[in-house]
Design a protein around this ligand. Sequence first.
Ligand code: SAM
Length: 258
Amino acid sequence: MDIRSLLVRTHLYGLALKARGLQNVALGKLLSMKDNIRTIGNPGLRALHRRLRAHLARQNRDWPHFKYASGYFYQSLDAIRVSGFRPTDRRFAAYELDRFLALDDEVLDVGANAGFLSLLMARHVRRVDAVDWNPYQVAIGQEVADYLGVSNITFIAVEFQDLAPTKHYDVIASFANHTTVDGGMTENRLRSYFERLWGMLKDRGILLFESHPWDVRDPRFQHTIEGVADLFATIETRRFAGGQTGRGQRLFYAFRKK
Ligand SMILES: C[S@@+](CC[C@H](N)C(=O)[O-])C[C@H]1O[C@@H](n2cnc3c(N)ncnc32)[C@H](O)[C@@H]1O
């Protein structure tokens, strides 16, 4: 390819990204308005939304990294009428997460974001530790847990690489965060990421894993998954069409620690 067509392609790609970014900002504003309407007539919920939006505003002002969902909520949660960019209750149902959870389990949710998936998992287990490096998202999760009266969840604002748990978990959830566009999890750390998860699980513990949409057709991702066969046995692999669990296709894996 000559330099000129390379420049044209780069320019067009930039424009497409810009358009997509603006689209996300517009979508966030639209969903925020929808949430406002969905809370009419419920003063307690409206007050909660105000507190959550204040955390988002602080994040958008002070967090130096990429803001998911253009600074709106990445995760939805039906119980508090937050629309979110990704449908948490629908993801929980599509992946049938309850099949992998038992009442006595201790669960770690890595890169939990606002912990809305963690809150749904908490209904089915003894304890959940929800870890995210973004303190504003962690504050949102804590606020919602208090509002819903969920007490068997601990929110921890820490970079996963610095997490030093004092226990082993029955189940670890790693949803769309083995690599992250905010730069917190990078591809060159992937093998050590899986090794750390392995080390944090109890014997025969379960790793629940969701891909990014772009992983679905990436041979390097397949290579990575095949490369952890020494650590984990695959219980199941499922592929979800775009729309079922949010935008874009996703792969869902349940692994058992070897
Ligand atoms: C794409 S979101 C996925 C969120 C959630 N797991 C889900 O699927 O709904 C990635 C999350 O990983 C978090 N994250 C990125 N790097 C991290 C790190 N080094 N340690 C902990 N969390 C991290 C981000 O703040 C973000 O909330």
